[in-house]
Design a protein around this ligand. Structure first.
Ligand code: PXG
Length: 455
């Protein structure tokens, strides 16, 4: 039989247009264009089918923390697949990679975390949390505690429960919300009228949680969920006063604290978890993305003793789990990925070396006439594009300035995401000084190009 010829770039684009509906995409818009086909990657660079080399300032989708081209991870997956490609953790079975990873996660997380429940993605992890939180309160004989408080503009995933937890109104309009979710203000100081100092604003937004608790009734509140830094919402770094006040409120009302670590976890903020950075003591930590550096899909939830002990002591089946909960190859990849982060001190590098180095250049970008604020923590940054700085005026949304900037960036060899007019970046932890310089130079150049284009 004649070998089937592999389609080359242009044919792939045609096949893609004809057969593939992409995630988070205006299908009409994409159908009229061509998608960019990424064919390979190495280090911090991706390569497309037109031969372009592009610095991936987003680590894929905030996940390739250890960088591309890690043979150790590939070998770990292959070895595991040869030995045991699949078996489940249902029916009182387990396998070595799921057990070894569970023990490793216990070691790198706060002392209250001794158990993990595995899932296949961040969305599944958050669906798990909705069910586990309500199960916990049932077992505590407080079944009326159903309501979970979240924040406007939060992103917790795309499944129905996770999208309900999230605070993205366009998502709520497509498919609706599950009952028992309430949304409060986000700690987005730059997006406020800035009449309060950042610290006053942090306290005020945290207190909106307390107001909501009292509005709904403290006996009805099950939990509060928040990303340490809101990622997809535009890298919203809260004022320092925010999280301690949130912790105080959760403690005072006895409600469970959920720290969504899907982006912030596994070193992104220069600590293993965002909760470590802010000093909170969560009861649940959903994670995904960086646990495997994206090499294979894996999610999960760290569950504190407060909750896990109740599940164990009171017993009764928790009717919840996924075919791929703790998939052996994904777990083997996660183990190798965490070993790399440890062996190469990459979390420490984000905190004390490449993080501060990139931040220096990032802070310089604030001098550009288009940039109203440049903020960065660890390797998680945002630039606010503005029309004028003094007085600060933002662009009209329909001008699409962020999108214009993002298109200049990718066409000039740098991936950053546009969240409205907020440009966000989250590069891999192995970024070198030269590559950090390249990122800053390209960002500055594309800010210039954007400014010229909208003049
Ligand atoms: N929680 C947080 C904090 C996330 O950022 C999820 C949960 C859901 O994870 P899964 O694995 O189900 O996608 C996420 C995912 C973007 C973008 O464009 C962000 C995410 C996913 C896709 C796109 O910024 N975050």
């Amino acid at each position: 039989m004649a070998a089937i010829e592999k389609p080359t770039g242009p044919d792939l684009q045609e096949l893609d247009r004809e057969h593939h509906l992409h995630p988070f995409t205006d299908h009409k818009e994409l159908h009229e264009k061509k998608s960019r086909i990424i064919t390979s990657a190495d280090g911090v660079y991706i390569f497309d089918s037109d031969g372009n080399k592009i610095l991936d300032g987003m680590s894929g989708l905030w996940c390739v923390n250890a960088g591309y081209g890690r043979d150790e991870i590939v070998d770990a997956a292959a070895a595991q697949m040869r030995k045991l490609p699949y078996y489940n953790n249902f029916f009182q079975c387990a396998h070595p990679p799921s057990i070894e990873l569970a023990a490793m996660l216990q070691e790198i997380s706060q002392p209250q975390f001794n158990r993990v429940f595995f899932a296949g993605s961040g969305s599944e992890s958050n669906d798990t949390i909705v069910r586990a939180v309500r199960r916990y309160w049932d077992l505590m004989d407080q079944p009326e505690r159903q309501t979970i408080i979240s924040r406007k503009n939060a992103y917790h995933g795309s499944t129905v429960a996770a999208a309900s937890l999230g605070g993205m109104t366009p998502m709520h309009k497509q498919g609706g919300l599950i009952p028992g979710i309430e949304h409060v203000e986000q700690p987005y100081w730059f997006g406020s009228d800035r009449s309060l100092s950042p610290d006053e604003f942090g306290i005020a937004t945290a207190r909106s949680i307390e107001d909501k608790i009292n509005e709904v009734g403290p006996g009805k509140i099950a939990a509060f969920i928040g990303e340490p830094v809101q990622g997809a919402g535009g890298v919203i770094i809260p004022p320092d006063s925010y999280w301690p006040e949130v912790q105080r409120i959760c403690d005072e009302y006895g409600i469970l604290l959920i720290s969504d670590e899907v982006i912030c976890g596994f070193g992104r903020m220069g600590e293993w978890f965002g909760a470590d950075y802010y000093g909170t003591r969560p009861d649940f930590m959903p994670f995904a993305k960086g646990v495997t550096s994206g090499y294979l899909p894996l999610g999960g939830v760290m569950i504190s003793d407060r909750v896990a002990d109740v599940l164990i002591d009171k017993g009764g089946e928790f009717y919840h789990g996924y075919t791929y909960s703790g998939h052996p190859a994904s777990c083997a990849v996660a183990i190798e990925n965490i070993r790399i982060l440890q062996r190469e001190n990459l979390v420490e590098r984000v905190k004390n070396d490449i993080g501060p180095y990139l931040k220096k250049g990032w802070d310089k970008l604030a001098e550009h006439p288009l940039v109203g604020e440049a903020r960065m923590v660890g390797l998680l940054g945002a630039l606010e594009l503005v029309k004028t700085k003094e007085p600060m005026e933002r662009f009209e949304e329909k001008q699409g300035v962020g999108t214009i900037c993002r298109d200049f960036l990718i066409n000039n060899g740098l991936v950053m995401r546009a969240v409205g007019d907020t440009m966000v970046a989250a590069p891999p932890f192995i970024l070198s000084y030269e590559e950090a310089d390249e990122l800053i130079e390209k960002a500055w150049k594309c800010l210039d190009l954007t400014q010229q284009a909208i003049a």
